[in-house]
Structure formats: structure tokens, C-alpha cells
Write a protein that binds this ligand. Structure first.
Ligand SMILES: [Zn+2]
Length: 64
């Protein structure tokens, strides 16, 4: 893999995940890893389930 550091008109946005410079390979992210993270974030947000967490109650025997 060889990266060319040339500003050929296209704006390079910073990665929305880690604010590093994005790469054409994983635009607009810096890497596919961050793209993956963003995907998971988006996925989780759209599937937000209201979870009632009770810190005080800890049932060792949790009938599921
Ligand atoms: Zn990143």
C-alpha cells in the first residue's frame, strides 16, 4: 500500500470517530476500523432498547 499525500482538490475531512485525517480508502473515516465503529454506533442508536438497570438488585438466580 502506498499513500500519496497530494492535495488534489478534494477536501480531507477529519475522521468523525477519532478526529484523525481521513483516508480515501475508508472515507470519511481514517480507517475501516473507525468506519466499523461508526456503523455499530448507528446500529445501536437505531436499536436503542430502554433498559432498566437496577444497580441495587442483583439476582444470582435470574430466571430468563
Ligand atoms: Zn478514525
Amino acid at each position: 500500500m502506498s499513500e500519496e499525500t497530494s492535495s488534489s482538490g478534494r477536501r480531507m475531512r477529519p475522521c468523525p470517530i477519532c478526529s484523525k485525517l481521513s483516508t480515501p480508502d475508508a472515507y470519511p473515516f481514517c480507517s475501516k476500523r473507525c468506519a466499523d465503529i461508526d456503523l455499530h454506533r448507528w446500529f445501536n442508536e437505531s436499536y436503542t432498547v430502554p433498559v432498566v438497570e437496577t444497580d441495587d438488585i442483583e439476582d444470582p438466580e435470574d430466571p430468563k
